[in-house]
Ligand binder design. Structure first.
Ligand code: ATP
Ligand code: MG
Length: 570
């Protein structure tokens, strides 16, 4: 690729709308451009990086025996009605009608479509197992598309599905995919961790996420300091504590004028936040529910959503809380509350706590569940902290931020049963196929790799994902010897299959160096003054700035060697 003839629109200014490094650098380096919220064009270098991820995915899928197919993006609503997900999926599913008034949607995931294929084409146990995947553009009408490729509305995903005769075979397929995923993320040069995960709207019995460790990650992970336990905090279970057995004291009403926030109430009443219980109000599929957690805790919304079996839960605004309960926020409490009440298992074990008084300017002291109010359900509803013991072994937990780049699910027979995807087994009986599904965020991986590998000058691509492996700077466009050498290296490296960008623009050396750094290309070859003076060219590694000077005829050999080592180690 010749820089002078390529569309690589680098920017000097940092785009204002970009909050995280990958978004900023993808825009600045001319890899992507935004069309509208959450929807991007991949410019040539951006697409080349995406293709690198796809290549690794395809190779590892082939090694694991999976077959590639390509399903449609537009899907009929009828299929989604069969599984009930047309309603349940929530507003991320973009629904529309065509000219014949047929309801349709844009595929956010393809369980329905692939199960439809399988129920039509698979007859007998002899046709199984099957493992099918595609790499395709997905659409999810995300509520907050942000961070560029990290959370788009339109994005590229690899989604795969396995079909087996029984649970044991399905677990084997799951394990094969688990192993293949580890190889994929390792080859992408990512520092990542598989964690136990919630299965969300996809459903199923167990699931793992593959998390790239990065401070900008939207997920919180808990990682045990002693055992193998690692989980998304959405999933990390917290055991119910021992019930407090101390005697119940008399309920007292306390005037707390204008005291609404936990910290203010605590100071006023001279108590610690863990002696107070707060009442949080959510809307679950349009119905308000109150959740009690200790004053120093947070509600874990995914746990709440799972408990209620809701498609969507969101915290209610102050006004909506008042409309639903007749009490201003800050004074809400469980005693006499008018809406459905759920209680975190930690609160259920407490005695004589403080809550809102369900009346403006009042709180209650010595509140006790069972005596003063009843719960509709008691469950683990709070966000785990690093003060909680490891759910597996009881040791200390660490917390880290993670970016989800892959997610695998053991689905079981949920989809095959409702969609009647059955096969005839050896005993002549019809049985539902046992399924698994496996996703990789292809475009998100490009962003995640940059999030993990960049400096103040630009991106630093791992060799395996770099859109171009080498950039050659011709610093003497008018100098015949320099130009001839740069051009010869450009041709020779390409002959050996290296992806090379030749910077043959009529630009100052300074801006060529700057762009080379910004683009994140792992190896830079400079042909300039040192060549004229001493007959040497310079190879510089983007990752550590190390420099070596070689005669031109040694360069190709050395470059191939560096690439080989990097591809094995990244
Ligand atoms: P998230 O919790 O980040 O919304 P998800 O659980 O909805 O992810 P899956 O349904 O498991 O995601 O999709 C498989 C993979 O697709 C994810 O692991 C992630 O890497 C990627 N992905 C999901 N949503 C997006 C998005 N909006 N933009 C880019 N990649 C995405
Ligand atoms: Mg999602």
């Amino acid at each position: 690729m010749r820089f002078s003839q390529s569309l690589i629109p680098t920017l000097k200014e940092t785009p204002a709308e970009a909050e995280v490094a990958s978004h900023r650098l993808l825009l600045r380096a001319g890899y992507i451009r935004k069309l509208t919220a959450g929807i991007y064009t991949y410019l040539p270098l951006g697409l080349a990086a995406v293709r690198k991820v796809e290549k690794i995915v395809r190779e590892e899928m082939a090694m694991a025996g999976a077959q590639e197919l390509l399903m449609p993006m537009v899907q009929p609503a009828d299929l989604w009605h069969e599984t009930g997900r047309y309603q349940k999926y929530g507003p991320e599913l973009l629904r529309f009608v065509d000219r014949h008034n047929r309801e349709s949607c844009l595929g956010p995931t393809h369980e329905e479509v692939i199960t439809d294929i399988v129920r039509r084409e698979i007859r007998s146990y002899r046709d199984l197992p099957q493992n099918l995947y595609q790499i395709q553009t997905k659409f999810r009408d995300e509520i907050r598309p942000r961070f560029g490729l990290m959370r788009g509305r339109e994005f590229i995903m690899k989604d795969g599905y396995s079909f087996d005769v029984d649970d044991e075979a399905a677990n084997k397929s799951y394990q094969q995919m688990f192993d293949a995923y580890n190889r994929i993320f390792k080859r992408c040069g990512l520092e990542y961790r598989p964690v136990e995960a919630d299965s969300g709207s996809i459903g199923g019995s167990f699931s793992h996420e593959f998390m790239v460790l990065a401070d900008t990650g939207e997920d919180t992970l808990v990682i045990c300091s002693a055992c193998d336990y690692a989980a998304n905090s959405e999933k990390a279970e917290i055991a119910a504590p021992q019930a407090d057995e101390c005697p119940m004291l008399d309920l007292e009403k306390v005037e707390t004028p204008g005291k609404r926030k936990v910290s203010v109430v605590c100071e006023f009443m001279e108590i610690a936040p863990h002696e107070l219980v707060k009442t949080m109000v959510y809307e679950a599929d349009g119905i308000p529910v109150a959740v009690l957690v200790r004053g120093d805790r947070e509600v874990q919304e995914v746990k709440l959503k799972n408990l209620l079996g809701a498609a969507d839960v969101a915290m209610l605004e102050d006004k909506a809380v008042f409309d639903a309960t007749g009490v201003p926020t800050g004074y809400l409490g469980p005693v006499g509350i008018k809406i459905k009440l759920l209680v975190d298992n930690e609160v259920a074990a407490m005695r004589n706590f403080v809550t809102g008084g369900n009346e403006k300017n009042y709180h209650l002291k010595n509140v006790n569940m069972g005596r003063d109010f009843e719960a509709e359900a008691i469950a683990d509803l709070r966000q785990i902290t690093d003060q909680d013991p490891c759910p597996a072994c009881g040791a200390k937990l660490g917390m880290k931020k993670g970016l989800e780049v892959g997610h695998i699910f053991k689905l079981g027979t949920g989809y095959s049963t409702v969609m009647n995807a059955v096969f005839q087994d050896q005993d002549g009986k019809d049985k539902p196929v046992v399924m698994g599904c496996y996703g990789v965020g292809v475009s998100r991986i490009v962003a995640a790799a940059i999030e993990q590998n960049h400096d103040e000058n630009g991106m630093i691509f791992p060799m395996s994902l770099a859109p171009m492996q080498v950039i050659i700077l011709n610093l003497g466009l008018k100098d015949a010897a320099i130009t001839e050498t740069a051009e010869a290296l450009y041709l020779e490296l390409q002959k050996y299959g290296v992806d090379v960008l030749l910077d043959d623009r009529d630009e100052r050396p300074g801006s060529k160096f700057k762009d080379a750094d910004l683009l994140g290309i792992p190896l830079r070859i400079t042909v300039g003054k040192r060549f004229t003076k001493d007959g040497v060219v310079e190879i510089r590694q983007r990752k550590d700035g190390s420099v070596e000077e070689l005669e031109p005829q040694q360069v190709t050999h050395r470059i191939l060697e560096i690439i080989r080592i990097a591809m094995n180690n990244d």
